[in-house]
Design a protein around this ligand. Structure first.
Ligand SMILES: [Fe+2]
Ligand SMILES: [Fe+2]
Length: 218
């Protein structure tokens, strides 16, 4: 006989203080650090959550929609605790288990696991405001503080791009038609930027077409 769980309102703070979330996010970043990846831990999770939340609020979506985007964003890379490959799909499954245990409604869990499962441009498709906000926020976290490799001679393209950026900001236009990523860099753009993270990823998330995400709901 399964235990009855009263469904309740789960907020980002509940997720942040969950012991399983803390342990898995910590280890996910340890795994990627050992493999030479940029930072994917608490800093990235928290910042992406904040950006996704702000994007939806600025577009006129409800505070609950923005909170769901923040929760999805906070958990979007947790699948790296298992393996980098398919971490979007494994992360969605992990988030499902955690949010079910915390008592979130199944309707809300459905939105969150969809956003997490589709946050990689190679195999994901954004179909609503929450998933689009997570993708935009994830790609917008580009900053030198993400670089975990201490030896510049061993920088890969992700390290070089991130290390060049001193300030980044996501701006939603007043007419809500455009979302722009503003970057301050302190060196010439690496030639490889044009074929790196920004071109394909920016296109994959319909960066300037928030109208496609559906009307804001109350
Ligand atoms: Fe990811
Ligand atoms: Fe990420």
């Amino acid at each position: 006989m399964s235990a009855h769980v009263d469904r309740q309102t789960v907020i980002l703070e509940d997720v942040k203080r969950d012991a399983q979330v803390k342990a898995y996010l910590y280890q996910a970043n340890e795994n990627l650090k050992a493999l030479g990846y940029t930072e994917h831990g608490f800093r990235h999770a928290g910042l992406v959550a904040q950006i996704a939340h702000n994007i939806l609020l600025h577009l006129g979506h409800s505070s609950r929609q923005a909170e769901l985007a923040a929760i999805a964003a906070y958990l979007h890379d947790i699948g790296n605790v298992i393996h980098r490959d398919n971490h979007a799909l494994s992360g969605a499954q992990i988030a499902h288990d955690i949010l079910s245990r915390l008592g979130m409604s199944f309707d809300e869990i459905a939105l969150i696991i969809n956003a997490i499962g589709n946050h990689e441009e190679e195999r994901g498709s954004t179909t609503n405001a929450i998933s689009a906000a997570v993708v935009l926020a994830d790609k917008a976290d580009v900053h030198r503080s993400r670089v975990q490799e201490r030896d510049p001679t061993r920088f890969d393209i992700h390290d070089r791009v991130n290390f060049a950026v001193q300030h980044s900001f996501v701006r939603v236009s007043d007419d809500r038609q455009t979302i722009a990523l503003e970057l301050e860099i302190d060196r010439p753009s690496p030639r490889s930027w044009s074929t790196s993270r920004f071109s394909s990823r920016a296109c994959s998330c319909a960066v300037a077409r928030p109208a496609r995400w559906g009307a804001p709901s109350g």
